[in-house]
Design a protein around this ligand. Sequence first.
Ligand code: G3P
Length: 218
Amino acid sequence: MKLFIDTADLADIETIAGWGVLQGVTTNPTLLGKVEGEADDIYRRVCELVDGPVSAEVVADARGDMIEEGKRLAAIHENIVVKLPMSAEGLSATSTLAAEGIRVNMTLVFTPPQALLAAASGAAFVSPFVGRFDDIGHDGLECLRTIVEALEPSMYDTEVITASVRGPLHVTEAARMGAHIATIPPKVFYQMLQHPLTAAGIETFTADAEARKARAAK
Ligand code: G3P
């Protein structure tokens, strides 16, 4: 499973890209609203930091406006993927953009039938929101499993992006289910990295290596 980062924070993207684990980035208007700067400049910088798909979301809600905004975003950089919401207008705009070779990430997907519609419209990526589905008392991971199983044998090349990830368990379970991608907030990347026994082990090994060096120097 490929790991994307779900943020528009350039410092976090640069740090975690430095681990050598990132294969893409997703953003949304809420994440963009948390950082300073002009949106197009942020997208350009993100594309410099990570060599992979970078989702940039349209805010228009009418088909024609979505297509126009999508084309404008796609022209920023070859790695930009246009993020469109699951709706009749979004599906229609996706089919037009896909026919022109522009990749679309269909977002705000909460059911397998929505995912099938996204794939049929030509979306390159579909983003089920696992955490937000959990929030309203449903089983986000079970929904993800059904979507992965439903799309796997289909004629579509659509990749499933596990979105709205709330913790390391969501990532591990998504990988076990065969999701193509998980887009992970920075906080969860740090949770994935750390374990108290790892930290304690490094401390012990360092102390033992230094003790050996000290004995050899006597
Ligand atoms: O980028 C879409 C999705 O990952 C948002 O997650 O945490 O706002 O539900 P969240």
